[in-house]
Design a protein around this ligand. Structure first.
Ligand code: NGQ
Ligand code: ZN
Length: 459
């Protein structure tokens, strides 16, 4: 972490603060060395306390491909055929072919700054761009992971780095396409990458390094088995069942649907995050719930890429756990991910308050609490504002019109459905106030560097 983002001691006083067992009033919270030192509810503010009206825990963003932020909006023009996820991916491959580690650092720093400004305080970076532009490994095989770690340090966001194993173009270990050359690793190369990534990540205050087989398309059944020893005690993330074509190809290859195949052949447990899992049947949903795994939902990207709508209500009925991610970073907005998750269900079922589970439950507050718990589990950290935890806190502007005369869960509901990020005032991450008045402290520098990179990549 750079000098300018060093944590210091501070005491914060919130009129209302969302703690693990609900909203508390008049809460005095001390920060020590980046962590929460003490929490006292029904307290009296003392001189020197920094006063804020409303505070919530920062949200984990469990799935990001940071570099894709730079092409957001550039794949929205109709092509000659039927545009799909796969035609978007061709455009994305052409874009990624040009990026250097410094480019990735600048783009990721911009994306992470925007995440912080929207209320995300930790990112799960599902990182598969490993090699140089000609497909050859860098001298440091983890150089690109180093660029991601540097971007996390530049922005101050918490990082769960998920270096990705990518070896094949399709089910049954098909040879990779030319456009995938920068991603390709063997199991041995992957083990070295994890070591290198761990070395880079050790420079951050509370980084986690996990394991990420890209998908059942890109990693063979044998490779999945060989990953098991590397995966001990780490988060494990995989893309699964995002597109109907993937379900069809998996059925043709194995006779099973992707989630069913995964749960049958691999020991999936609470360390796992199944990203998307859009196309699941009732049996698969129940099996995911039993495994304790988290489903990583990315509603904005899933809408943008035409993936489909995850059956979230039925999945919650089955007792399933989920978190949210910004994936392609077409738009970076924590509240919007939660809002669209609920709205997809409303549009599909023509009902309201779909993801609250019982009468009287506040929908936005319930979504927020579930995504917080699921996201933290998926990223290998503890959730919520508790003593000993990293000081990852978001304050809201109580004078925002959408929040006037609100208290308790009505605040969370109004934030998610009625104001979104425009109500965010400050964001602390590891005890440092990185965002104030909705703007990151390093916004100008980060945007200046990003602008130079974009002018070269696109201009
Ligand atoms: C990715 N993104 O890895 O960036 C993928 C596209 C693929 C999403 N799945 C590539 N949303 O899945 O083959
Ligand atoms: Zn993804």
């Amino acid at each position: 972490m750079s000098e300018r983002l060093r944590p210091s001691g501070a005491s914060l006083f919130f009129d209302q603060l969302l703690l693990p067992d609900g909203w508390a009033r008049n809460v005095r919270l001390t920060l020590e060395g980046g962590r929460i030192g003490a929490i006292e509810a029904d307290a009296t503010a003392t001189v020197g306390d920094e006063r804020h009206a409303i505070g919530l825990p920062g949200m984990p963003n469990l799935h990001s491909h940071a570099f894709q932020r730079a092409m957001a909006g550039l794949a929205e023009r109709r092509g000659p055929g039927t545009d799909s996820f796969w035609s978007w991916r061709d455009i994305m491959y052409r874009f990624v072919a040009r990026m250097s580690p410094d480019d990735v650092r600048a783009i990721a720093a911009l994306a992470y700054m925007e995440m912080l400004e929207s209320g995300f305080t930790r990112v799960g970076e599902f990182h598969y761009l490993h090699h140089d532009r000609d497909g050859a490994p860098f001298t440091d095989p983890a150089a690109m992971s180093g660029a991601i770690v540097a971007a996390a340090a530049d922005s101050g966001i918490g990082l769960t780095l998920l270096p990705v194993l990518y070896s094949h173009a399709g089910f049954g270990a098909q040879p990779p396409h030319a456009g995938q050359a920068r991603f390709i690793l063997s199991i041995d190369g992957y083990a070295r990458l994890i070591e290198g990534a761990q070395r880079h990540a050790a420079t951050l205050p509370d980084a986690v390094v996990g394991i990420a087989p890209h998908s059942l398309r890109a990693v063979s059944a044998d490779q999945l088995r060989m990953l098991a020893p590397l995966a001990v005690d780490r988060p494990v993330h995989i893309h699964v069942a995002e597109q109907v074509k993937e379900v069809e190809d998996c059925l043709a290859w194995s006779g099973q649907r992707p989630v069913a195949w995964l749960l049958d052949h691999v020991d999936v447990d609470a360390r796992w995050c199944l990203v998307h899992a859009t196309h699941v049947d009732a049996g698969e949903m129940a099996a995911i719930a039993r495994s304790g795994a988290t489903v990583g939902l990315c509603p904005v990207t899933e809408a943008n890429l035409g993936d489909g709508i995850f059956p979230a209500g039925a999945y919650l009925d089955a007792g399933g756990r989920f978190g949210i991610g910004s994936d392609s970073n077409i738009l970076i907005d924590c509240a919007e991910e939660l809002r669209l998750l609920e709205y997809g269900q409303r549009l599909l079922h023509r009902r309201r308050n779909m993801l609250a589970r019982q009468a009287g439950e506040a929908t936005g507050a319930a979504l927020h609490a579930r995504a917080l718990a699921g996201g933290a589990a998926a990223l290998g950290v503890k959730d919520g504002i508790c003593v000993g935890q990293s000081g990852d806190i978001v304050s809201l502007d109580a004078d925002h019109p959408a929040l006037l005369a609100r208290s308790g869960d009505a605040i969370t509901d109004s934030f998610i459905f009625a104001s979104g990020r425009s109500a965010i005032d400050c964001v602390w991450r590891h005890g440092i106030r990185l965002v104030q008045g909705g703007r990151h402290r390093q916004r100008e520098d980060v945007v200046r560097t990003y602008r130079a990179v974009l002018e070269r990549l696109i201009g």
